[in-house]
Design a protein around this ligand. Sequence first.
Ligand SMILES: Nc1ncnc2c1ncn2[C@@H]1O[C@H](COP(=O)(O)OP(=O)(O)OP(=O)(O)O)[C@@H](O)[C@H]1O
Length: 225
Amino acid sequence: MIRFDQVTKRYEGGHEALSQLTFEVAKGEMAFVTGHSGAGKSTLLKLLALIERPSHGHVMLDGQNLAKIGHGGIPKLRRSLGMVFQDHRLLMDRSVFANVELPLVIGGIAPLERGRRVRAALEKVGLLDYERQLPASLSTGEQQRVGIARAIVAKPTVLIADEPTGNLDPQLAFEIMGLFAEFQQVGTTVLVATHDLPLIKRMRKRVVVLDHGRLVADVSAEEVL
Ligand SMILES: Nc1ncnc2c1ncn2[C@@H]1O[C@H](COP(=O)(O)OP(=O)(O)OP(=O)(O)O)[C@@H](O)[C@H]1O
């Protein structure tokens, strides 16, 4: 489903954020990407979302070489790829419903169908009763769940998340990760970047470890102690 083939990313100024990175994530698998600050975790996810492009090598998503997707193809790619960020990036002056609905509006989905899908997404994250509220009236954990509902509302085949639990206490973080694991259970491929090792250990999923842009360990779910 996801394949990095000898991927190097060098930012302007010569810094190499990823060096000859090769790994695969199978369809329906859930994996963590971890490593020190600056190891290249966010860069890896940005290449998948076409926020950045590799300097060398190929990134494949669902059998498609991302290098072949031009600017015009990016919205379509982003509909098959749900993205969750640490700072959830919600529109604070719009209701929870409107925030979650946004990808469907952009995708040209009809209003009736939008309502159905938004409520299904809010139900999955346990926020069905919150649709009329503004994000500011919700707790940090609830706001993060709105961000997750928005990421999954268009039923993406792949879900990527960059430090999605960074601001949350350990129990809330575990619950949010549990949500990602539930999406995996219904067939979504999930890739989560985090430096939270205790949380990774609790989840018992595959772990890809980066160090200065290089893959230094790839630990299967069964091997996680
Ligand atoms: N737009 C950019 N321009 C130049 N250098 C960048 C850019 N984005 C990231 N870098 C550099 O690339 C390296 C990898 O950064 P990246 O954000 O991918 O790491 P990370 O593992 O996600 O770190 P963190 O855990 O702190 O978020 C770092 O040295 C960073 O300074």
